[in-house]
Design a binder for this molecule. Structure first.
Ligand code: TRP
Length: 447
């Protein structure tokens, strides 16, 4: 086993973990699925899932990673002190990483396109229909989609090859806070728009009639997606953690930061939706139709667009890096190839798989993998609805039932925490989280 590097300090670990969690899931996906699922009630279920299912599993995943100090397959062997049957959870995670990154990178490509548009001042003075035309133009072009997807994968590749501390940490420290400040600015602006109140009602007033079983599954699945949970990304980051870290506190603040950013993005986007009379349920296009409307007013708006899409691009990259890192750190410890070769091979295969998603809005738009799902939709649903919740469930069960509770207790109670925290942590992983995932999945399948 090669010697593992460690984070240079708690703050840099925190920023990198937030970097993984905060990404397109918060800014692009959360608003649009909230819109598709009717708002308030969906958001409420989502918040409950984060608190009751996501956070306990987050701690479990960090713990499994840190104690194993290894890749996501071998870590189970280390913890069980034998060749563990649970190591297939790690294999499942590698599969999830492939699937997720393949379509994530395509959306990352859309962001690159919009960033370049902003650099060209393409938004200035445009009308609403011009703006929706822009996205349709991009969607209908297979070449553009593939090229931008390739560029996004390539940048991800470059960062991962650059190494754990040099590549990711340095930039996260500057750009993640910058992103937060920009979002805060947009949020304050949106408070002054006429649509602000409606956006609050839409997002926070629960109308349970709007909630379907598949909406509930979407909420649980997204709580995994947005926290980067259930496939080993957090486990991998945990494995670079020193044993002195307070995992509960870490998980709590990461979850909090992630949730606040998603809600802020939601409010900003729905304020625009209601101010300009746009459609809340317009799906994956939502972010690309709303924000540019705001940015199209004048040249200053366009400059804002540059910083916004630039920073979203960065946030997306810190997430995609965490996905590729999982694959690379597994193969690094299991093959004789150089890190560069492994990273290149992984990134290239994911790029190839992603081509199917890039073609889903044009050449393959009429090809359905199952019931009305294009490749893009299929990879998205497969990962969010099934792979991540399943991975999370297995990690929870492993943590709650397989590991030695006394040992976990010793470690957690070392930190000045009450017994209550520990009790909640163990029992959510034992019963609450697995049961919630099972019920929501079965409920959605049979409804
Ligand atoms: N959480 C990221 C987002 O919200 C996406 C992501 C990064 C992810 N790593 C992950 C999702 C691992 C699932 C699993 O954009």
């Amino acid at each position: 086993m090669k010697n593992r590097s460690h984070w240079s300090g708690p703050l840099s670990f925190f920023l990198v973990a937030v970097g993984s969690a905060v990404g397109l899931g918060n800014i692009w996906k959360f608003p649009y699925i909230a819109g598709e699922n009717g708002g308030g009630a969906f958001v409420l279920v989502y918040l409950l899932c984060i608190a009751l299912v996501g956070l306990p599993i987050f701690v479990a995943e960090l713990y499994i990673g840190r104690e194993g100090q290894s890749n996501i397959v071998h870590t189970f062997n280390v913890l069980e002190k034998k060749k563990s049957r649970w190591r297939f959870v790690g294999h499942l995670g590698i599969l999830s990483a492939f699937v997720i990154l393949s379509f994530y990178s395509v959306v990352g490509g859309w962001i690159i396109d919009y960033f370049l548009k902003a650099l060209n001042f393409s938004f200035e003075g445009r009308s609403g229909s011009d703006i929706s035309g822009m996205l349709n133009l991009l969607f209908s072009s297979p070449g553009k989609q593939i090229i931008y997807h390739m560029v996004f994968m390539f940048i991800t590749f470059m960062i991962v090859v650059g190494g754990i501390s040099k590549g990711i940490e340095r930039w996260s420290k500057i750009l993640m806070p910058a992103f937060l400040i920009l979002l805060l600015g947009l949020f304050i602006y949106s408070v002054t728009t006429p649509g602000f109140k409606d956006s609050l009602v839409f997002l926070f007033y629960p109308d349970f009639k709007m909630l379907t079983p598949s909406g509930v599954l979407e909420a649980v699945g997204h709580s995994f997606f947005t926290l980067s949970l259930g496939m080993g990304a957090i486990m991998t980051y945990g494995s670079y953690l020193k044993k002195s870290e307070d995992l509960i506190k870490t998980a709590f603040y990461i979850g909090l930061a992630d949730t606040i950013i998603a809600l802020m993005a939601g409010i900003v986007i729905f304020s625009i939706v209601f101010t300009y009379g746009l459609e809340p349920s317009s799906g994956p296009k939502l972010m690309f139709e709303t924000l540019p409307t705001l940015f199209s007013k004048d040249a200053a708006g366009n400059v804002l667009a540059m910083s916004f899409f630039g920073l979203v691009l960065f946030a997306a990259l810190t997430s995609s890096v965490s996905l590729l890192q999982v694959v690379v750190s597994y193969f690094e410890e299991n093959s004789n190839l150089s890190k560069t070769a492994i990273t290149l091979l992984s990134a290239f295969s994911i790029f190839c798989l992603g081509i199917l998603s890039a073609l889903s809005t044009n050449l393959l738009s009429d090809f359905y993998v199952v019931e009305g799902l294009t490749f893009f939709d299929f990879f998205d649903k497969l990962s969010s609805h099934y792979l991540l919740p399943l991975g999370g469930l297995l990690m929870a069960v492993f943590f709650g039932w397989k590991l030695d509770t006394e040992e976990i207790k010793k470690i957690f109670l070392d930190h000045p925490k009450t017994k209550l925290y520990f009790f909640v942590l163990i029992w959510s992983n034992r019963i609450l989280a697995p049961l919630a995932i099972l019920i929501m999945t079965i409920n959605s399948i049979f409804s």
